[in-house]
Design a protein around this ligand. Sequence first.
Ligand code: NDP
Ligand code: MG
Length: 392
Amino acid sequence: MKGQKHIALLGATGSIGLQTLDIIRRFPERYKATVLTAGSKVDKLIELCREFKPRCAVIAREDLLPRLKFELEPLGIECLAGDNALADCVCHDDIDIAVTATVGYSGLAPTLRAIECGKDIALANKETLVVAGELVKKRLAGSSSRIFPVDSEHSAIAQCLAGEDSSMVERLLITASGGPFRTWEPEQIANACAADALRHPNWNMGQKITVDSASMLNKAFEIIEAHYLFDIEPERIEAVVHPQSIIHSMVEFKDGAVKAQLGMPDMRLPIAYAIGEHHRLPAAAKTMRIEDFCKLTFEKPDYTRFPCLGFAAMALKERGNTACVINAANEIAVAAFLRGEIKFGDIYKTIAHTLEHSDFIPAPDYSDYVASNAEARAKASELISKLQPSCC
Ligand code: NDP
Ligand code: MG
């Protein structure tokens, strides 16, 4: 890799954003944070801009722009706000790669914009492929953009596939920690509250993905993500529960070989591998002493206690806007759950109810996804307003 790579980091203030900045901080000869964005944490964004001195800072909430300008314009940093600015900031001539680390549906528009301008993408925002995988693939086919996965499982698969003949792949095995409720009884899971769901055994992540890990919808999303990233039929992608989170995923080949990628649960490794275009960076992440892990165990996922897992097969069978509806209903339900308004079991119910009451669109274009997302959010919110508040 030559020279210093200029990065547009979307979601700089979040878990993936801050870990990406840790890599940039430690490898200044390789990387420069040229654009930093946030949703609403304006003070954190200002602090990061003071340290990293990007060319441009963008905040989603337009009412926070005056404060951003007041603090950063004297430093010569351009300040912008709003969804259009968030999408357009990836296309500037000086940008080499966009790291999409915003949460939820908000990742879709900037990713499509990056593809439109032929920029490479280090994709953390899995919801982009969940919501509109078909559209993203179609747009990628006519672009010079490349997607490098940040999600640890997909990074692991990419590492296992390096140098292999893709026609020899038999199955992708996506590992799952099982989350905080792995050993809980169904009744306990149904009534769990936010503090329980946020206690992830192995990973320290943003709140939304942590709740998705507890419901295992995160794993369903990762099956969908793997299908679009690696062009493997859904029937040949399986989830395997591996409570230690040391094996980040595996690929089984047609000759019977299984390749696995192991490492400590530390997202800086897949982030560095993605922004380095699948080249390794020395000391990017924590090193591992394999002898400290005398037991690596595996279990079959339990689709009865974790019914959200079943949404992957449903979405990949029905296609159209099904996964867009699932994602939208889940975002509304998770936010309500985190506010203490619904029980954990209501997340699944909200998604299932919203699917039942949403119109199916077989071949959505971008405007259909926008409409379907808005409609599903409204339906999910309406249902939630009728549910009993959580007792937590
Ligand atoms: P966080 O919640 O920690 O961070 C989200 C970031 O997105 C913040 O910078 C936030 O800004 C910003 N943001 C929130 N809403 C909007 C919006 N509407 N428009 C623009 N920006 C917004 O999330 P994570 O870092 O945990 O996750 C980011 C993505 O990466 C998710 O898609 C997740 O699934 C994926 N991922 C995360 C992993 C992890 O270890 N954390 C692992 C694998 C994948 P602000 O701080 O101002 O609110
Ligand atoms: Mg993951």
